[in-house]
Design a protein around this ligand. Structure first.
Ligand code: CP
Ligand code: NVA
Length: 327
């Protein structure tokens, strides 16, 4: 069946079939090749896009902007709108939908991006909420396809750390859809919500995916991918102490990489990462808790296993594909 995503919002991967996800990945690959050849074709000429940000960003904002510029669209970056303070999200959606062809939102509540999608009348793209980060997943899977010579359905993908955050949730959804072997390796208190796991295991019955939750580090054995994210997500900054206690045994280090028993295992991280002392927060953590790094050691981050900057580049190509497919 031909895939048609025109007019559709991108707010969680739950809303997309495996064929639709595959279509966006294939389009990303084509757009990446097109950029490499310097093609001047512009698929979004004359389109206007607004980027609403409640939380900080480097990759997501820049990926949306460059993707839009490459394809001839105009962009407004908005961080200090009236939304939620003096004007409801619904009214804001109705206004923005009159000006713009597409809306990106990054912020706290998933509900906000859903209300924007319901009332704006234009495609809305989720650039990260507390619950999900779906644009990141396309970049991650494109990176896996580039580095691992196996179909996604044969990949053992281990996500280590805070498995109930936006990345843990979204990777599990993406993996369930694409028939992958997904392992959430975390202390029990940071496992993804039971309802979401049950929902993904239902999807897995159709796609052949395996969704595993474990506290045992030995279960990284035979992993193709070791993926981690920050221990404390944006908006949870009061939880460093507790998370450090819970997650220190789950730090991605060379010992863990060796336990995979796979010399070709790749290391992935959505970034930003606390792998050294070159950040304000990294230095505060060192002073307070004596840690040189948090979720990943500098050694792994800079090793031959690490594909984190390919992953970051792929944010742009995949976001471009999402915008082109839905506009
Ligand atoms: N990975 C990611 O979303 O990065 P930013 O927070 O810099 O956008
Ligand atoms: N879980 C992280 C992802 C950052 C891209 C956060 O929400 O801060």
């Amino acid at each position: 069946m031909p895939v048609n995503l025109k007019g559709k919002s991108f707010i969680t991967l739950k809303d997309f079939t495996p064929e639709e996800i595959r279509h966006m990945l294939d389009l990303s690959k084509d757009l990446k090749a097109k950029k490499r050849t310097g093609s001047k074709e512009k698929a979004l000429e004359g389109k206007n896009i607004v980027l609403l940000f409640e939380k900080s960003s480097t990759r997501t904002r820049c990926a949306f902007e460059v993707a839009a510029f490459d394809e001839g669209a105009n962009v407004t970056f908005l961080t200090n709108s009236q939304m939620g303070k003096k004007e409801s999200i619904e009214d804001t959606a109705k206004v923005l939908g009159r000006y713009y062809d597409g809306i990106e939102f990054r912020g706290f509540k998933q509900e906000t991006v859903e209300i924007l999608a319901e009332h704006s009348g234009v495609p809305v793209w989720n650039g990260l909420t507390d619950l999900y980060h779906p644009t990141q997943i396309l970049a991650d899977f494109l990176t896996v396809m580039e580095h691992i010579d196996k179909p996604l359905s044969k990949v053992k993908f281990v996500y280590v750390g805070d498995a109930r955050n936006n990345m843990g949730n979204s990777l599990m959804i993406g993996a369930a859809k694409m028939g992958m072997h997904f392992v959430a390796l975390a202390p029990k208190s940071l496992f993804p919500a039971a309802e979401l796991v049950a929902e993904m295991r239902e999807i897995a019955k159709e796609t052949g995916a395996i969704i595993e939750l474990t506290e045992n580090i030995e279960d990284v054995k035979d992993a193709d991918v070791i993926y981690t994210d920050v221990w404390v997500s944006m908006g949870e900054e009061d939880q460093f102490e507790e998370r450090i206690k819970l997650l220190s045994p789950y730090q991605v280090n060379m010992e863990m990489m060796k336990k995979t028993n796979n010399v070709d295992v790749i290391f992935m991280h959505c970034l930003p990462a606390f792998h050294d002392q070159n950040t304000v927060v990294g230095r505060e953590i060192k002073e307070k808790f004596g840690l040189e790094s948090m979720e990943v050691t500098d050694e792994v981050f800079r090793s031959k296993h690490s594909v984190v900057f390919d992953e970051a580049e792929n944010r742009m190509h995949t976001i471009k594909a999402i915008m082109i497919a839905t506009l």
